[in-house]
Design a protein around this ligand. Structure first.
Ligand SMILES: [Zn+2]
Length: 356
């Protein structure tokens, strides 16, 4: 397990200073990080929930909606915030459900100037709006933490199978990625400008979770992420392991490939998320609106489908099916199905907001 910031047994926590505010051990507080001013003069702040355990331990941040239209993670964080696990946790947990608040209110991936916040890291206090938010995130949230988890969904008109993406050459991060328990872990390099890349540079390793689609809630993805965060907290020693069924095998993929539209037209898909595919298999076809001139989309290698287009009207070259290469695709597909059932049947670790 990660050695970094591993607490000595029963060491008492220190007060945690966040964005100039002090949160005492055993306290939780909502803290604002000022980031910008709207054009008519109103100030804008990021809202973070800070939970400080009575005992010392690692510092973990969990954020979502860096892409403002990716909402599953917002709900996952709401559930983590209500989880009883937080009542007796060790260390510090920072929850930020809405990072790109401009995109969130506009139902858009982007900021008002069409910039992608997850390409603007590390940012600068004197840069664009995206650069200012990125800089504030890095300064106040990422750098003070030992680890982070960044929750995403697929981009608009696509859907992702619940999956973790991380640089598996980092052994500590690999252990956390496996502990998260999502059915698939993709060994993913660092793309410049992303939170994950800038955080790694700042020596705060970050896992990215992907699940579901933009502008929609997907219960399986919401639960996968909430449960995954709690499992990472257990792995870090921030939370005690409750009595429930042990973790099952996670499928690790070291490569994945998007299959693209061979022509413009209407896509008829013949495969669903999590299904196994064989090299040479037809996953769907693109044809004219009348169904004429079908051109097949052919799998280039064995694997499982971890992402796909949900929008049937396509241009030539559009990304249609994301296939992860895994050792035993048949066993992987079975594991993915079993996980989907497990996660939906598992008793909630959080309070139900409707009943509470
Ligand atoms: Zn995203």
């Amino acid at each position: 397990m990660p050695s970094r910031a591993e607490p000595k047994p029963r060491e008492k926590a220190e007060p945690f200073v966040f964005a100039g505010e002090t949160v005492e051990p055993g306290q939780r507080r909502r803290v604002k990080i000022p980031i910008a001013q709207l054009s008519f003069g109103a100030p804008v702040s990021l809202e973070a929930e800070i939970v400080v355990g009575r005992q010392a331990g690692p510092k973990l941040f969990v954020c979502s909606a860096i892409h403002g239209d990716e909402l599953n993670g917002v709900e996952s964080i709401a559930r983590i915030a209500r989880s009883r696990v937080l009542d007796r946790m060790r260390g510090v947990l920072i929850l930020l459900p809405v990072v790109n608040l401009f995109g969130f209110i506009q139902q858009s991936r982007y900021l008002p100037d069409r910039r992608d916040l997850n390409r603007a890291f590390p940012g600068s206090p004197n840069g664009s709006l995206a650069g200012q938010i990125a800089h504030a995130m890095l300064t106040h949230v990422v750098k003070p933490c030992d680890f982070g988890i960044d929750l995403h969904t697929a981009a608009i008109h696509r859907s992702n199978l619940p999956q973790v993406r991380a640089r598996l050459e980092d052994e500590n991060l690999k252990q956390l990625a496996l502990a998260f328990g999502a059915p698939v872990v993709l060994d993913a390099g660092l793309m410049p400008g992303t939170l994950r890349a800038a955080a790694q540079e700042a020596n705060t390793p970050v896992l990215t979770f992907e699940g579901g689609e933009a502008l929609r809630f997907d219960e399986r993805s919401i639960r996968s992420a909430a449960l995954g965060v709690i499992r990472v907290m257990e792995a870090l020693g921030m939370a005690s392991r409750p009595h429930r069924p042990g973790r099952k095998r996670v499928i690790v993929a070291h490569a994945s490939k998007w299959l693209r539209a061979p022509a413009a037209g209407v896509l008829r898909s013949e495969i669903r998320l999590g299904e196994r595919v064989r090299e040479g298999q037809e996953l769907g076809y693109v044809a004219s609106p009348f169904g004429e001139g079908p051109q097949p989309v052919i799998a280039q290698h064995d694997g499982v489908v971890v992402g796909l287009a949900t929008m049937p009207v396509v241009n030539r070259g559009d990304a249609l099916f994301h296939v992860a290469e895994v050792g035993d695709a048949g066993a992987a597909a079975e594991r993915i199905d079993a996980y989907a059932e497990e996660v939906m049947q598992m008793p909630a670790l959080w309070e139900d907001p409707v009943r509470s």
